[in-house]
Design a protein around this ligand. Structure first.
Ligand code: SP5
Ligand code: ZN
Length: 341
């Protein structure tokens, strides 16, 4: 399987609000570097850089003004005399106005985010645009006839919504790829999200659409981040009614229950008859992940890859979460090798 990778990811390394303190983010450059190293060691296949794409291709999954905000945010922040990472400090929650875009950077950071886990740094735009470009290059490769491809994206994307960053995510790489496939004439695309956390951004982007089925297995939001999205009764709206499937699972879920949920997902996907599968591949379902609560063992990731191969679809894997840096490379490669076996 071909892997798309860019060293630009290293330009984004920031902080997050964690346990009431600003600390180095769990989402760090070592993640992608260790995955790349394992891809090499396993001789998975070619490793190629992505092609640069016009940021207009991010629009559709995101709004134009949000993409512009991301591109400008560091300049706007440093123009106020700041030199360290930018984080939001206020959000337009239930009783506040959320229909007016503020003019100043503090207001805009809150307007376009859901948490304080996604700092804007000097290199954020370079890294997130390169990451999205890997997903675009990957999906084009599959559309051109490759049976599968792996976009080694970093930063991840599935928490990023039409106008929102959060959960270490800025541009929704998987959604940008899925939307691009539609633009290229693919009729029905399924996005399967196996990251531990609910992919609220992907859900939100496609919630009103029946052409992209979104299916997610994740920790039950009653107990797990992102808390405010991912319940089973979120099934889509309007033309998208019935085209969003959430399979929340309890803390402590191990392979057998995860596999059963994957079987439920497979049934829904089969009846949808998609032409393309985009997998939001998080390996934070690992038993030793530092911020998550499932119990998949390394060998289970091989089974996951085998199960997905059984779906028989052209498949783009897009990297999402996974934070036990010593093991995530092995776990990712296990999925990809299981898929190809
Ligand atoms: C892409 C992705 O996996 N994003 C996950 C974002 C999770 N951010 C908040 C996690 C909070 C968990 N707190 C754990 C504290 C450990 N001491
Ligand atoms: Zn995650």
């Amino acid at each position: 399987m071909i892997t798309f990778f860019s060293t630009e990811h290293q330009r984004h390394h920031g902080v997050e609000l964690k346990d009431a303190a600003i600390k180095p983010s769990f989402e760090n450059p070592g993640r992608a570097d260790t995955i790349l190293q394992q891809v090499r060691q396993a001789a998975l296949g070619d490793i190629q850089p992505g092609r640069a794409h016009d940021s207009a291709l991010y629009v559709g999954a995101h709004s134009e003004r949000y993409v512009r905000f991301l591109q400008q945010a560091w300049a706007d922040w440093t123009a106020t005399g700041q030199t360290h990472d930018a984080l939001p400090l206020i959000w337009p929650v239930r009783d506040l106005r959320s229909d007016l875009e503020p003019a100043t950077i503090d207001g805009r950071l809150g307007f376009y985010s859901m948490d304080a886990g996604s700092p804007i740094t000097a290199g954020t735009w370079a890294a997130v645009s390169a990451s999205a470009d890997l997903a675009l290059t990957g999906v084009q490769t599959v559309l051109d006839g490759a049976p599968s491809a792996f976009a080694l994206c970093r930063p991840p994307g599935h928490h990023a919504g039409p106008e929102m960053m959060g959960g270490y995510c800025y541009l929704n790489n998987a959604a940008i790829a899925a939307h691009h496939a539609r633009r290229q004439g693919v009729q029905r695309v399924v996005v399967l999200d196996v990251d531990f956390h609910h992919g609220n951004g992907t859900q939100s982007i496609f919630y009103g659409r029946g052409d992209v089925l979104v299916v997610s297995l994740h920790g039950d939001p009653v107990h797990c981040y992102p808390y405010f999205s991912g319940h089973a009764d979120e099934t889509g709206a309007g033309a998208g009614q019935g085209f969003n499937l959430n399979l929340p699972l309890p803390k402590g879920t191990a392979w057998l229950a995860f596999r059963d949920a994957l079987g439920v997902a497979a049934q829904r996907v089969r009846s949808f008859a998609p032409e393309l599968l985009v997998v939001s591949l998080g390996v934070d379902t690992f038993e030793h992940d530092p911020i998550s609560h499932f119990r998949l063992a390394s060998a289970d990731f091989v089974r996951l890859g085998e199960a997905l191969a059984g779906w028989g679809l052209p498949t783009l894997f897009v990297m999402e979460g996974g934070y036990m840096v010593d093991d995530i490379g092995r776990n990712v490669v296990n999925v990809l090798q299981g898929f190809e076996a």
